[in-house]
Design a protein around this ligand. Sequence first.
Ligand code: B1M
Length: 209
Amino acid sequence: MIESVKDVVVRGKLKLIQPTVQEALDNGASPDDILDSMMAAMDIVGTKFQNNEIYVPEMLVAAKTMQRGVATIKPLLAGDAVGKYGKYVLGTVAGDLHDIGKNLVGIMIEAAGFEVIDLGIDVPAEKFVEAVKANPDCKVVGVSALLTTTMESMRNTVKCLIDAGCKDQVKIMVGGAPITQAFADEIGADAYTPDAASAAAKAKELASL
Ligand code: B1M
């Protein structure tokens, strides 16, 4: 069943993903198992793209398929303490259109008890600053980047937040496939986490400081 979920995402079979996820759930698969299989599918898609076996349109339809799959399991991942830790401003940096990982971070952060303000993709640094300042009860801001080329955009975003004095109010978390702890330290972020689950745990820790 889990293999079918993976296969449907790799092949970008948008119409099949909802019934396939439901079937997997009915057969006892956990939402976490399903999420893992969809993430593994995206790795396969990425490798196929790198090897010129597929192109951007196929990558896009696989992404849409995963997003619909995530929407199917989202109610099962959601927690019940929304807003307990205040607000969490989240976005993908300017120049970067990848949002599946960012959205997963948002789901986990919300389930952990934050009210998430999702600024979306391709977000200019100034918009992060505006959102933080407009929400005094925001204690943590999350910045995502998926491309090596947009790591510089992340550097600029963190710099703008620091220069605007936002560090007096919020802690800055960064993440995304090309990001490392060393890079996070170099650009002055407060925390780096490799995945959505650890992002949620870290956000709670930072909001409680
Ligand atoms: Co693009 N893409 N893409 N892409 N894409 C990658 C990232 C790539 C690795 C593929 C490859 O070549 N193997 C490659 C980047 C290479 C590099 O920079 N080194 C790449 C490229 C090159 C490109 C384009 C340049 C292609 C082109 O046009 N020629 C282009 C760039 C567009 C742009 O952004 N300006 C492009 C476009 C696209 C699509 C739009 C078609 C589509 C995105 C659609 C969408 O997101 N709505 C897409 C996709 C789907 C991918 C792959 C296949 C899958 C990404 C994904 O969703 N993964 C990807 C290959 C891969 O990842 N293996 C690839 C699943 C997701 C759950 O994982 O996003 O890593 P991820 O999130 C993780 C962690 O990173 C972490 O938690 C998440 C899960 O737990 N995380 C955080 C993420 N943000 C975090 C924030 C945190 C903490 C953790 O704290 C705040």
